[in-house]
Design a protein around this ligand. Structure first.
Ligand SMILES: Nc1ncnc2c1ncn2[C@@H]1O[C@H](COP(=O)(O)OP(=O)(O)OP(=O)(O)O)[C@@H](O)[C@H]1O
Ligand SMILES: [Mg+2]
Length: 223
Protein backbone atom coordinates (compact mmCIF):
# COMPACT_ATOMS: atom_id res chain seq x y z
CA UNK A 1 0.00 0.00 0.00
CA UNK A 2 1.18 3.51 -0.80
CA UNK A 3 1.12 6.06 1.96
CA UNK A 4 -0.33 9.30 0.70
CA UNK A 5 0.20 11.01 4.08
CA UNK A 6 2.73 9.96 6.71
CA UNK A 7 2.91 11.56 10.13
CA UNK A 8 5.99 10.83 12.21
CA UNK A 9 6.43 11.65 15.91
CA UNK A 10 4.40 14.80 15.60
CA UNK A 11 4.18 17.11 18.61
CA UNK A 12 2.51 20.47 18.68
CA UNK A 13 1.70 23.17 21.19
CA UNK A 14 0.17 26.59 20.62
CA UNK A 15 2.75 29.28 21.42
CA UNK A 16 4.75 27.34 23.95
CA UNK A 17 1.79 26.02 25.98
CA UNK A 18 1.25 22.38 26.84
CA UNK A 19 1.34 19.91 23.96
CA UNK A 20 -1.99 19.45 22.20
CA UNK A 21 -0.55 16.50 20.22
CA UNK A 22 2.44 14.49 21.39
CA UNK A 23 4.61 11.97 19.51
CA UNK A 24 1.71 11.20 17.26
CA UNK A 25 2.41 8.89 14.31
CA UNK A 26 0.14 7.40 11.71
CA UNK A 27 -0.19 6.83 7.99
CA UNK A 28 -3.01 7.39 5.55
CA UNK A 29 -3.07 5.24 2.47
CA UNK A 30 -4.06 6.15 -1.04
CA UNK A 31 -7.85 5.85 -1.45
CA UNK A 32 -8.48 5.71 2.27
CA UNK A 33 -11.74 7.18 3.53
CA UNK A 34 -10.86 8.09 7.09
CA UNK A 35 -12.87 9.62 9.88
CA UNK A 36 -11.04 11.37 12.68
CA UNK A 37 -13.00 11.40 15.91
CA UNK A 38 -12.27 12.53 19.46
CA UNK A 39 -13.63 14.66 22.25
CA UNK A 40 -13.98 18.43 21.93
CA UNK A 41 -10.57 19.96 22.32
CA UNK A 42 -8.69 16.71 21.64
CA UNK A 43 -6.79 18.26 18.73
CA UNK A 44 -8.65 17.15 15.58
CA UNK A 45 -8.81 20.55 13.90
CA UNK A 46 -5.22 21.21 14.99
CA UNK A 47 -4.12 18.00 13.26
CA UNK A 48 -5.86 19.03 10.01
CA UNK A 49 -4.20 22.45 10.16
CA UNK A 50 -0.80 20.81 10.65
CA UNK A 51 -1.41 18.57 7.60
CA UNK A 52 -2.44 21.64 5.57
CA UNK A 53 0.62 23.51 6.85
CA UNK A 54 -1.47 26.28 8.33
CA UNK A 55 0.43 25.44 11.54
CA UNK A 56 4.00 24.19 11.94
CA UNK A 57 4.88 21.21 14.16
CA UNK A 58 6.86 21.80 17.34
CA UNK A 59 8.67 18.58 16.43
CA UNK A 60 8.20 15.64 14.11
CA UNK A 61 7.45 15.50 10.42
CA UNK A 62 4.62 15.17 7.93
CA UNK A 63 5.00 13.74 4.45
CA UNK A 64 2.58 13.93 1.54
CA UNK A 65 3.33 11.36 -1.16
CA UNK A 66 6.85 10.92 0.30
CA UNK A 67 7.62 14.65 0.17
CA UNK A 68 8.17 16.48 3.43
CA UNK A 69 5.41 19.10 3.51
CA UNK A 70 8.10 21.75 4.02
CA UNK A 71 9.06 21.07 0.40
CA UNK A 72 5.63 20.12 -0.92
CA UNK A 73 4.39 22.32 -3.77
CA UNK A 74 1.24 20.72 -5.17
CA UNK A 75 -1.20 22.18 -2.68
CA UNK A 76 -3.79 22.56 -5.42
CA UNK A 77 -4.14 18.74 -5.42
CA UNK A 78 -5.43 18.94 -1.86
CA UNK A 79 -8.97 20.16 -1.41
CA UNK A 80 -9.88 21.56 1.97
CA UNK A 81 -13.55 22.14 2.66
CA UNK A 82 -13.85 24.12 5.86
CA UNK A 83 -16.86 24.03 8.10
CA UNK A 84 -19.60 26.08 6.45
CA UNK A 85 -20.57 29.13 8.42
CA UNK A 86 -21.69 32.65 7.71
CA UNK A 87 -18.12 33.98 7.63
CA UNK A 88 -16.84 31.77 4.81
CA UNK A 89 -19.86 32.04 2.51
CA UNK A 90 -19.86 35.25 0.48
CA UNK A 91 -22.87 37.39 1.35
CA UNK A 92 -23.08 38.95 -2.09
CA UNK A 93 -25.03 37.27 -4.89
CA UNK A 94 -22.27 35.26 -6.58
CA UNK A 95 -23.74 32.19 -8.30
CA UNK A 96 -22.70 28.57 -7.80
CA UNK A 97 -21.20 28.45 -11.28
CA UNK A 98 -19.18 31.60 -10.65
CA UNK A 99 -17.84 30.47 -7.32
CA UNK A 100 -16.78 27.10 -8.71
CA UNK A 101 -15.13 28.74 -11.72
CA UNK A 102 -13.23 31.08 -9.36
CA UNK A 103 -10.90 28.25 -8.41
CA UNK A 104 -9.85 27.97 -12.05
CA UNK A 105 -8.69 31.58 -12.25
CA UNK A 106 -5.56 30.62 -10.33
CA UNK A 107 -4.71 28.48 -13.32
CA UNK A 108 -5.84 30.73 -16.13
CA UNK A 109 -4.86 34.16 -14.84
CA UNK A 110 -7.32 36.49 -13.25
CA UNK A 111 -8.18 38.81 -16.09
CA UNK A 112 -9.03 36.31 -18.76
CA UNK A 113 -12.66 35.60 -19.43
CA UNK A 114 -14.00 32.16 -18.61
CA UNK A 115 -13.68 30.09 -21.69
CA UNK A 116 -16.34 27.65 -22.68
CA UNK A 117 -14.16 24.72 -21.56
CA UNK A 118 -13.83 26.24 -18.09
CA UNK A 119 -17.56 26.61 -17.81
CA UNK A 120 -17.94 23.00 -18.91
CA UNK A 121 -15.44 21.95 -16.24
CA UNK A 122 -17.34 23.86 -13.59
CA UNK A 123 -20.62 22.29 -14.72
CA UNK A 124 -19.05 18.84 -14.47
CA UNK A 125 -17.99 19.57 -10.90
CA UNK A 126 -21.51 20.76 -10.05
CA UNK A 127 -22.92 17.62 -11.61
CA UNK A 128 -20.67 15.46 -9.42
CA UNK A 129 -22.31 16.93 -6.33
CA UNK A 130 -25.85 16.91 -7.80
CA UNK A 131 -26.03 20.69 -7.94
CA UNK A 132 -26.16 21.42 -11.66
CA UNK A 133 -29.73 22.68 -11.32
CA UNK A 134 -28.39 25.37 -8.99
CA UNK A 135 -25.67 26.63 -11.35
CA UNK A 136 -27.21 30.09 -11.60
CA UNK A 137 -28.50 30.34 -8.04
CA UNK A 138 -26.71 32.82 -5.75
CA UNK A 139 -24.86 30.91 -3.03
CA UNK A 140 -26.23 33.16 -0.30
CA UNK A 141 -29.73 31.97 -1.23
CA UNK A 142 -28.91 28.30 -0.58
CA UNK A 143 -29.28 26.05 2.45
CA UNK A 144 -26.23 24.98 4.46
CA UNK A 145 -26.19 21.52 2.88
CA UNK A 146 -26.38 23.00 -0.62
CA UNK A 147 -23.60 25.48 0.15
CA UNK A 148 -21.50 22.62 1.45
CA UNK A 149 -21.91 20.79 -1.85
CA UNK A 150 -20.98 23.90 -3.83
CA UNK A 151 -17.79 24.17 -1.78
CA UNK A 152 -17.02 20.53 -2.58
CA UNK A 153 -17.56 21.24 -6.29
CA UNK A 154 -15.20 24.19 -5.95
CA UNK A 155 -12.46 21.93 -4.60
CA UNK A 156 -13.18 19.21 -7.20
CA UNK A 157 -12.34 21.48 -10.09
CA UNK A 158 -8.62 21.10 -9.47
CA UNK A 159 -8.89 17.28 -9.61
CA UNK A 160 -7.74 16.81 -6.02
CA UNK A 161 -6.03 13.64 -4.84
CA UNK A 162 -7.02 14.33 -1.26
CA UNK A 163 -10.12 15.98 0.17
CA UNK A 164 -10.06 17.17 3.77
CA UNK A 165 -13.18 18.17 5.74
CA UNK A 166 -13.59 19.54 9.23
CA UNK A 167 -17.03 18.57 10.55
CA UNK A 168 -18.85 18.86 7.23
CA UNK A 169 -22.23 17.93 8.63
CA UNK A 170 -22.63 20.57 11.32
CA UNK A 171 -25.95 22.34 10.95
CA UNK A 172 -27.35 20.32 8.05
CA UNK A 173 -30.39 18.06 8.16
CA UNK A 174 -30.38 14.27 8.03
CA UNK A 175 -31.27 14.00 4.34
CA UNK A 176 -28.50 16.45 3.39
CA UNK A 177 -26.06 14.50 5.54
CA UNK A 178 -26.96 11.27 3.81
CA UNK A 179 -26.63 12.93 0.44
CA UNK A 180 -23.24 14.36 1.40
CA UNK A 181 -21.98 10.95 2.47
CA UNK A 182 -23.26 9.36 -0.75
CA UNK A 183 -21.33 11.95 -2.74
CA UNK A 184 -18.17 11.45 -0.69
CA UNK A 185 -18.42 7.67 -0.99
CA UNK A 186 -18.78 8.03 -4.76
CA UNK A 187 -15.77 10.35 -4.99
CA UNK A 188 -13.76 7.92 -2.90
CA UNK A 189 -14.76 4.66 -4.61
CA UNK A 190 -15.23 5.77 -8.20
CA UNK A 191 -12.73 8.61 -8.49
CA UNK A 192 -10.21 7.20 -6.02
CA UNK A 193 -9.96 10.40 -4.01
CA UNK A 194 -8.51 9.97 -0.52
CA UNK A 195 -10.92 11.49 1.98
CA UNK A 196 -10.12 12.62 5.51
CA UNK A 197 -12.87 14.02 7.63
CA UNK A 198 -13.37 15.07 11.18
CA UNK A 199 -16.82 14.09 12.33
CA UNK A 200 -19.02 13.46 15.30
CA UNK A 201 -21.48 11.52 13.11
CA UNK A 202 -19.79 8.19 12.88
CA UNK A 203 -22.98 6.17 13.08
CA UNK A 204 -24.51 7.13 9.73
CA UNK A 205 -21.33 6.72 7.74
CA UNK A 206 -19.24 4.04 9.34
CA UNK A 207 -20.05 1.42 6.70
CA UNK A 208 -18.37 3.46 3.99
CA UNK A 209 -15.17 4.26 5.85
CA UNK A 210 -11.94 2.40 5.43
CA UNK A 211 -10.73 3.47 8.87
CA UNK A 212 -11.65 5.36 12.00
CA UNK A 213 -8.91 7.15 13.85
CA UNK A 214 -9.44 8.51 17.34
CA UNK A 215 -7.38 11.22 18.97
CA UNK A 216 -7.09 10.51 22.65
CA UNK A 217 -4.55 11.67 25.22
CA UNK A 218 -2.66 13.62 22.50
CA UNK A 219 -2.12 10.52 20.39
CA UNK A 220 -3.88 8.56 17.69
CA UNK A 221 -5.77 5.40 18.55
CA UNK A 222 -6.64 3.39 15.43
CA UNK A 223 -9.89 1.55 16.00
N1 LIG B 1 -5.45 29.21 18.22
C1 LIG B 1 -5.32 28.56 19.38
N2 LIG B 1 -4.54 29.05 20.38
C2 LIG B 1 -4.39 28.39 21.54
N3 LIG B 1 -4.96 27.21 21.80
C3 LIG B 1 -5.75 26.67 20.86
C4 LIG B 1 -5.98 27.32 19.60
N4 LIG B 1 -6.81 26.55 18.85
C5 LIG B 1 -7.09 25.48 19.63
N5 LIG B 1 -6.47 25.55 20.82
C6 LIG B 1 -6.52 24.53 21.89
O1 LIG B 1 -5.96 23.33 21.40
C7 LIG B 1 -6.72 22.21 21.82
C8 LIG B 1 -7.19 21.41 20.60
O2 LIG B 1 -8.10 22.22 19.86
P1 LIG B 1 -8.75 21.74 18.50
O3 LIG B 1 -9.48 22.88 17.94
O4 LIG B 1 -7.72 21.10 17.67
O5 LIG B 1 -9.74 20.62 19.06
P2 LIG B 1 -10.85 19.78 18.29
O6 LIG B 1 -10.56 18.33 18.58
O7 LIG B 1 -10.92 20.19 16.88
O8 LIG B 1 -12.17 20.19 19.09
P3 LIG B 1 -13.71 20.36 18.56
O9 LIG B 1 -14.30 18.97 18.54
O10 LIG B 1 -14.32 21.19 19.62
O11 LIG B 1 -13.68 21.03 17.23
C9 LIG B 1 -7.84 22.74 22.70
O12 LIG B 1 -7.45 22.63 24.03
C10 LIG B 1 -7.94 24.19 22.28
O13 LIG B 1 -8.36 24.98 23.34
MG1 LIG C 1 -12.40 21.14 15.72
Amino acid sequence: MNNIISIKDLSFSYSGGVNVLEDLSFDIQEKDFIAIIGANGSGKSTLLKLILRELNPSSGEIFISDTNIKNFKEWNTIGYVPQINASNIPNFPITALEIVTLNLYQKMGFFKFSKRSHIEQAKRALMQVNMLDFANTPINKMSGGQQQRIMIAKSLINSPKILIFDEPTTGIDKESKNQLFRILTHLNRVHGITIILVTHELEIMKDNLTRVVEIKDKKVVVR
